[in-house]
Design a protein around this ligand. Structure first.
Ligand code: SF4
Ligand code: SF4
Length: 301
């Protein structure tokens, strides 16, 4: 069974313990306004164009059979809507201004690529993390790749939004050492407003992971004006207190670093006016929550 992979990032220190290699899978059931990986929202290949890397050579204009690229008076225009994701222009673009996110891969091929970094995992108590998008949308590919890695003694983590049927979790449970699990809001309507979906299944899957004794680290992106009130966060802390399988709860402050990605993909950035919460405020929030849930951490800790 093939997977649709968007990217592989090496030497990550924010996707679980130790040094990790993260494989990103395409497709997501949510549409979070603050999404950092818009290239992974759909299963379709996504073409990214970075203006500052373009030297205006015109190779992409020649390579594209669909007339997506146009160069006039030194200005490069990309009609993203007409792109079918064949990747020819990205191959022709020597400066790397064009990149295509989305290639198919067999589990054995993915596992072989991920095992190349084994020395780093061994030296740092690290391993491999699967992220997205939502990796559990491709649970067949994921389970097979995870089982190959577990067969080699590699620590495995799955970074999930939780909005998938339980059978997707059941498929990967035997091969997953840690779930990185997002909880964004406990109020169903607010959750729908921020992500496009309610939270009933997400909360139920968290309960089921606890019932099955799975190790979980919860993550909450802290979004100003959305879920950063002490009351909202205290509510989440109270929920987590009831689960003894949750090692840490990480608060991830909103940032707008993905803005350039939206531009490169021809997408509108959904939160142009939102400011990043500063470190003293994040520390104060963390300190106020430690009393309820002692495993509360900031992303930088
Ligand atoms: S091939 Fe690359 S560098 Fe050349 S014009 Fe197209 S995007 Fe720019
Ligand atoms: S990926 Fe294919 S269809 Fe899309 S712009 Fe490039 S050459 Fe054209």
């Amino acid at each position: 069974m093939e997977g649709i992979v968007s990217d592989i990032k090496r030497m990550s220190v924010h996707d679980g313990p130790g040094i990790r290699t993260t494989l990103f899978l395409k497709g997501c059931p949510l549409r979070c306004l603050w999404c950092h990986n818009p290239e992974n929202l759909t299963m379709r290949p996504a073409l990214s164009f970075t203006q500052k890397l373009c030297v205006g050579c015109g190779m992409c204009v020649q390579a594209c059979p669909h007339g997506v690229h146009g160069l006039r008076d030194g200005i490069h225009r990309v009609r993203h809507a007409d792109c079918v994701g064949c990747g020819r222009c990205a191959e022709a673009c020597l400066p790397g201004a064009l990149a295509l996110f989305g290639r198919t891969m067999e589990p054995a091929q993915a596992a072989a690529l991920l095992l190349e970094d084994r020395t780093f995992y061994d030296q740092s108590h690290g391993g491999v993390t699967f992220s997205g998008g939502e990796p559990l949308l491709q649970s067949g590919f994921l389970a097979e790749t995870l089982s190959l890695l577990k067969g080699q003694g590699i620590h495995t983590a799955v970074d999930t939004c939780g909005e998938v049927p339980w059978n997707a979790f059941a498929a990967v449970l035997p091969y997953t050492d840690l779930f990185l699990y997002d909880i964004k809001h406990l109020d169903a309507e607010a959750h729908r407003r921020g992500t496009g979906a309610g939270n009933a299944r997400i909360l139920e899957n968290l309960r089921l992971l606890h019932q099955h004794g799975a190790a979980v680290e919860v993550r909450t992106p802290v979004i100003p004006g959305y879920n950063d009130s002490p009351e909202t966060l205290r509510g989440i802390a109270e929920l987590l207190r009831g689960y003894d399988n949750i090692t840490y709860w990480r608060l991830l402050p909103y940032h707008s670093m993905a803005r350039g990605k939206y531009e490169a993909l021809g997408m509108e950035y959904p939160m142009p006016d939102t400011e990043m919460p500063d470190t003293p405020r994040m520390r104060a929030l963390q300190e106020s929550l430690l009393e309820i849930f002692p495993g509360t951490r900031l992303s930088s800790d």
